[in-house]
Design a protein. Structure first.
Length: 338
């Protein structure tokens, strides 16, 4: 277990290990879905989504066609779908349509992910997940625990999750039951100690998390009420800042901050930045596909966000999330007890 506070900052690159889309893929999918008219004015985009909007808005559909085309046009100019939505903060119909399209794409991606089971969608399939990061997180959290103390396993762990999907909760809930032979009620109590902060929200709670649940990979079909209800769980960047104090409190207490598959977008870095530096703050980050010429400046930027002081510069590792969890386990566990 982590005997001192540890924070994992999770981006799309971590979920990509489960066949979820990275940010560039998600924004491309959204742009393709909401571009309801092509350059010649012919029908285009996701026609099922278009029909769903017609059923919901009737004669007002033209407003949403315009919103979709505007969003589709501007998306390529931004690094993420969140930045594109933020651009249209003054146009509520664009924000609303963007959220709806995100929910559809995330649920579709969950159905196509490594964690979706057609036999029992409440559980993950019995695959080999050694090439993904969550088994190692679970191992670290449960290591050295006693059966009668298992409910404290996640008490010092906080995850700041910038993704919309539920891969973390879905994996842990299923795998804890399987690996440790715990009943559902006990598993819920174990996971109640895990704090997950989602600046941009999520597509919904899973079935075991309470009322108004949305199953992992749910197929909503033409149920526009359910779709629009789920879209209300998502937040824009401005709405995400409401959680800034909670995020910064967790970051300030953390002995170690681990960035997994994170994009380091400026607005997200601002949300994370602590109020002061401490000599005992440590950080490490995956930086796959980042040119090493960026490393000196990135180390300085991460140091400011986490509050690291020299000589404890952040470690930048050209590894995927699961390899960091494997190779750096000794350092992670050592830092967690200092």
């Amino acid at each position: 277990m982590f005997s001192q506070p540890v924070v994992f900052v999770v981006g799309a690159g971590a979920s990509a290990e489960y066949n979820m889309p990275v940010g560039s893929e998600l924004k491309t999918k959204i742009a393709s879905a909401v571009g309801f008219l092509d350059a010649d004015g012919r029908p285009s985009g996701d026609r099922d989504l278009y029909k769903l909007l017609v059923d919901r808005f009737g004669i007002s559909i033209e407003k949403y066609v315009g919103a979709g085309n505007a969003l589709a046009k501007v998306i390529p100019s931004f690094d993420s779908i969140d930045q594109a939505r933020n651009w249209f903060s003054s146009r509520p119909e664009v924000i609303e349509l963007g959220k709806v399209a995100i929910v559809r794409e995330i649920l579709k991606s969950e159905r196509g992910s490594l964690l979706f089971s057609t036999i029992d969608p409440r559980k993950i399939p019995g695959n080999d997940f050694s090439g993904t990061w969550l088994p190692y997180l679970l191992s670290m959290a449960m290591g050295s625990q006693k059966m009668d103390q298992v409910e404290t396993a996640f008490n010092n762990l906080t995850i700041v999750n910038f993704n919309y999907d539920r891969t973390i909760e879905h994996f842990l809930y299923s795998q804890i039951q399987k690996n440790f032979d715990l009943a559902e009620s006990n598993t819920k109590r174990v996971l109640s100690g895990l704090k997950i902060i989602r600046p941009y929200g999520t597509v919904g709670a899973l079935e075991w998390q309470g009322d108004a649940a949305l199953p992992f990979g749910a197929e909503l079909g033409s149920d526009h009420d359910a779709l629009f209800s789920a879209s209300k769980n998502l937040r824009t960047y401005t709405e995400g800042t409401m959680l800034q104090m909670e995020i910064q409190d967790a970051m300030q207490r953390a002995r170690m901050v681990v960035f997994l598959g994170f994009g380091f977008h400026p607005e997200n870095m601002k949300l994370l930045r602590v109020r002061g530096a401490e000599s005992w703050h440590r950080a490490m980050a995956t930086v796959v596909r980042m040119d090493s010429e960026n490393y000196p400046i990135m180390k300085a930027a991460i140091s400011m966000v986490v509050g690291c002081l020299p000589p404890n510069d952040p470690q930048l590792l050209n590894w995927y999330a699961h390899r960091l969890m494997i190779e750096m386990k000794p350092a992670l566990m050592a830092t967690a007890v200092l």
